[in-house]
Design a binder for this molecule. Structure first.
Ligand SMILES: Cc1cc2nc3c(=O)[nH]c(=O)nc-3n(C[C@H](O)[C@H](O)[C@H](O)COP(=O)(O)O)c2cc1C
Length: 227
């Protein structure tokens, strides 16, 4: 698959078939994703690939512990969940937003059935967190894990697989560590789900903001447009 096609066609897949994913496919994806950039090329990322049904169930239960209350709040409109996919502005309470919320709940309730779950961790000692002393939420540390994660999602699309990324699980790291036998000193960044997508339930057109709304030339006030 052409790279730009993969970048434009990597939706959050919410419905997967039961068909197993060969280990060789996951290995190939990891083998390409590992060429991602990381701070100082320290490659502090580590992944746990979960295919065991009992373990998947335990992971899915922990994910639901976070998701279920979030879903209730989102339904009540307390939490601004997400836009309608038009990409140009956040709209809440639209049919599209409600449909997305329902699809995400379907995904969470059946997470244990997804063929492959990947838990990406990063070793904290490898991170140079250059914004850690600023008076705001630090974001830089994650940069040395999410380059790998995005590569994995693109690799999945290249293989014809569907994928989903969720971060709610990070709040359950202590129990996840216990479950997976993770040594101290690592941070859990996400939960990735991989499987063959159910084509008729897969969104193909992604809603994203246009370049002119997100990129500026020589400052913050002029949209970046091509000459
Ligand atoms: C940092 C990050 C955190 C996310 N967390 C969640 C999550 O906790 N649960 C979930 O279902 N999806 C999560 N997503 C997926 C987004 O909700 C999804 O990409 C977005 O709604 C757009 O959907 P689309 O990619 O199918 O267009 C997350 C994505 C990112 C990049």
């Amino acid at each position: 698959m052409e790279l730009y096609d993969a970048m434009r066609h990597t939706p959050s897949c919410r419905y997967f078939t039961d068909e197993p994913v060969p280990d060789a496919v996951i290995h190939r994806m990891l083998d390409h994703a590992r060429f991602a950039s990381s701070g100082g090329n320290r490659q502090g990322w580590r992944m746990v690939v979960v295919t065991d049904p009992d373990l998947k169930k335990a992971v899915a239960d922990l994910h639901r512990k976070q998701w279920d209350p979030y879903f209730v709040h989102a339904l009540e409109g307390v939490v601004g969940f997400q836009g309608d996919g038009s990409g140009s502005k956040m709209e809440h309470g639209t049919d599209r937003a409600r449909q997305r919320l329902q699809r995400t709940d379907d995904f969470a309730q059946r997470l244990h059935e997804v063929p492959v779950l990947v838990l990406p961790y990063v070793e904290l000692a490898t991170l140079a967190v250059t914004d850690q002393h600023l008076d705001r939420t630090s974001i830089v540390g994650g940069g040395s894990l999410y380059t790998f994660v995005q590569n994995l999602l693109l690799a999945a699309t290249n293989e014809g697989l569907g994928s989903s990324l969720t971060t709610l699980i990070a709040a359950e790291q202590p129990l996840m560590d216990e479950l997976l036998g993770v040594p101290p000193g690592f941070a859990l960044g996400a939960l990735l789900a991989f499987g063959w997508p159910v084509p008729e339930r897969q969104y193909t057109k992604l809603g994203r903001k246009p370049v002119e709304e997100i990129a500026f030339r020589n400052g913050w006030d002029r949209p970046f447009v091509a000459d």
